[in-house]
Design a binder for this molecule. Sequence first.
Ligand SMILES: Nc1ncnc2c1ncn2[C@@H]1O[C@H](COP(=O)(O)OP(=O)(O)O)[C@@H](O)[C@H]1O
Ligand SMILES: CC(=O)N[C@@H](CCC(=O)OP(=O)(O)O)C(=O)O
Length: 304
Amino acid sequence: MTAESDKARRRVEWLAQAGILTEALPYMRRYNDQTLVVKYGGHAMGDSRLARLFARDIVLLKQVGVDPIVVHGGGPQIGEMLKRIEKESVFVDGLRVTDQETVDIVEMVLAGSINKQIVGSLQAEGGRAIGLCGKDGGLIKARKLTRTTKDPESNIEKVLDLGFVGEPYECDTTILDVLRRSDFIPVIAPIGLGDDGETYNINADTAAGAIAGAAGAKRLLLLTDVAGVLDKNGDLITDLTVSEAAKLQEQGVISGGMIPKIQTCVDAINDGAEGAVILDGRHQHQILLELFTEHGTGTLIRPD
Ligand SMILES: Nc1ncnc2c1ncn2[C@@H]1O[C@H](COP(=O)(O)OP(=O)(O)O)[C@@H](O)[C@H]1O
Ligand SMILES: CC(=O)N[C@@H](CCC(=O)OP(=O)(O)O)C(=O)O
């Protein structure tokens, strides 16, 4: 390649990059000063290169005037820790049955190591981050979650005891309002505080939804380890209404960890969120592509 043609090729590339930036401008305006709650799942954090890129994208959001709040999970990491003490994990509808010993480990893993790891990554990428859990500043008040199941033979309802699994019932967002006006990015572990001082293990999707609702977030983004919601053939569904989502759940197409995710999106929409998106955290820059380009990348869940 001659020096002249190399120069011409680079000019075309620069112009393409400038095109991408100018295309992003109206979207940046749209989200300027808006709160976005990003749920960062335990599966999505597995890859250290992606974790760095995730942190960079969040720092970029804050830098361009968006107000990102990170709520994180850590299910696989809790599972690893429980395995070390030879304790089996039991799940009901994607929720970990949590006894006293388990809740202590959950708090240690989520509010301790994972929370600080994410704060560290954000700081390393040039942002300022502060780690919190739902206990801090009354962020997530929770009560025991009750679940019932119907015995298929007798049709009798019975109550399932999930232990210290909590459901949020009130979120005091004062601390988030303070941070919103600063350059700090809040990073929240999904641990709730009960009325009598009990510690509750809250599914991270549920916690993210509760915070999104209370903070009046413009968007709730749930990052996970699949392309989005998949249909019965395993193909990506790009757009889903609330009632279509309920139908897929009834049909058993949505199962396991996807159940609390969908429920969270539906609740957030019912609380007034414009939409919620389930995104693939296994690929880089999914958040930026979702927010700042015309075409989304995952499954958008919207009102009927
Ligand atoms: N219809 C569906 N579409 C996509 N994923 C589904 C579906 N039904 C069940 N799942 C499961 O839900 C998982 C995502 O939930 P979860 O494991 O809790 O992720 P995370 O740790 O990111 O919160 C997927 O890996 C997949 O196994
Ligand atoms: C009650 C309940 O199931 N809590 C979850 C909290 C962590 C979580 O939700 O992490 P992911 O988002 O990575 O799955 C758990 O114990 O695994």
